[in-house]
Design a protein around this ligand. Structure first.
Ligand code: ACO
Length: 292
């Protein structure tokens, strides 16, 4: 089904009106997977203010929608995204009121980085084609990534006289080796999906005709896991990355107790019973049988 854009929050007038979506971003929810498509194929899905503000609204709505168990972000046509829109994201706002520009940049960082990185449901970038500049942030903001072998990636900023900003350079430094990151930042050369896989920028690369099926299979795997624990595992990963070892150990033990205590389906007890008492599953090979 296609998720309906909401133009207003219902209820009290004091509630913040929701941004609509549907013009620059489309959403289709199929069997618990929300397919979120950046939808400016004529502009190779370059990220303009329309995409920024619609994505902020979409992510809020997807978090609240109980039907949605996993998100896939992709692009319409032959492009994932050609990065930030050079005209609508840079030239026009640069010439406009500074406050509007600040608001736009803040909203962009909000969805591409903070919101995506800590999104409470699993997220996958499905890189179907061109992926340049600011689109790396969308790609790395997702938990996992599947690319078409034929996709073309590039940190093209150097080619027209800027550095990979927003938070792109920081993100690239997190997932690529120093040699690879600096090579592509400094040369602006492109690489394909297979090379992206070899460098660890994406998890999987497949021929384009298999892209959707492989992405769906990955989303199905994630959907089958305990969602509360999946969220906690992802949150813990991001936090411990920058913690000293002693703090990380203490945090992880506390987070583990918290997760066991708060998990609505009490997965650890169910899993232990099925393995130790019922002998009905092997945790090394599959997910325990969830009741819901
Ligand atoms: N910003 C604004 N418009 C764009 C962008 C962009 N990033 N990318 C493509 N477009 C527009 C083009 O201006 C063109 O518009 P027009 O039809 O009105 O002339 C349309 O999209 C199609 O672009 P073409 O270049 O004709 O498409 P083609 O398929 O030949 O090439 C490619 C695609 C390689 C992606 C090329 O458009 C390109 O190099 N785009 C810029 C990529 C880039 O450097 N992005 C980084 C931006 S900086 C940043 O993100 C921080």
């Amino acid at each position: 089904m296609t998720a309906t854009p909401k133009t207003e929050a219902s209820g009290a007038a004091s509630q913040t009106p929701r941004q609509p979506w549907g013009e620059h971003v489309t959403v289709a929810v199929e069997e618990g997977i929300a397919w979120i498509t950046l939808n400016r194929p004529d502009k190779r899905n370059a990220i303009n203010p329309g995409i920024v503000y619609e994505m902020v609204a979409v992510l809020d709505a997807m978090e609240e929608d109980d039907e949605v168990k996993a998100l896939v972000v992709t692009g319409a046509g032959d492009s994932f995204s050609a990065g930030q829109d050079l005209k609508e994201y840079f030239r026009i706002p640069d010439a406009g009121p500074p406050l509007e520009r600040e608001k736009l940049y803040r909203a962009n960082a909000a969805w591409q980085w903070r919101r995506m990185m800590h999104f409470p449901k699993p997220t996958i970038a499905m890189v179907n084609g061109w992926c340049f500049g600011g689109a790396f942030q969308v790609l790395i903001g997702c938990d996992l990534a599947v690319a078409a072998d034929e996709a073309t990636f590039g940190l093209s900023e150097i080619n027209w006289g800027i550095i990979p900003a927003g938070i792109v350079t920081k993100s690239v430094a997190e997932v690529m080796s120093q040699r690879d990151a600096l090579y592509y930042i400094m040369t602006g050369e492109t690489f394909d999906g297979k090379q992206a896989r070899q460098m660890g920028l994406v998890n999987i690369s497949v021929p384009r005709e298999e892209l959707r099926a492989r992405t769906t299979a990955l989303a199905e795997t994630l959907k089958a896991k305990n969602p509360f624990v999946l969220r906690a595992a992802k949150t813990a990963y991001h936090h411990v990355k920058t913690m000293p070892w002693d703090s990380a150990l203490d945090y992880l033990m506390a987070k583990s107790d918290h997760t066991k205590f708060r998990d609505p389906e009490q997965g650890d007890k169910a899993g232990m019973k099925q393995f130790l008492d019922d002998k009905s599953f092997r945790p090394g090979l599959q997910t325990y049988q969830r009741e819901s």
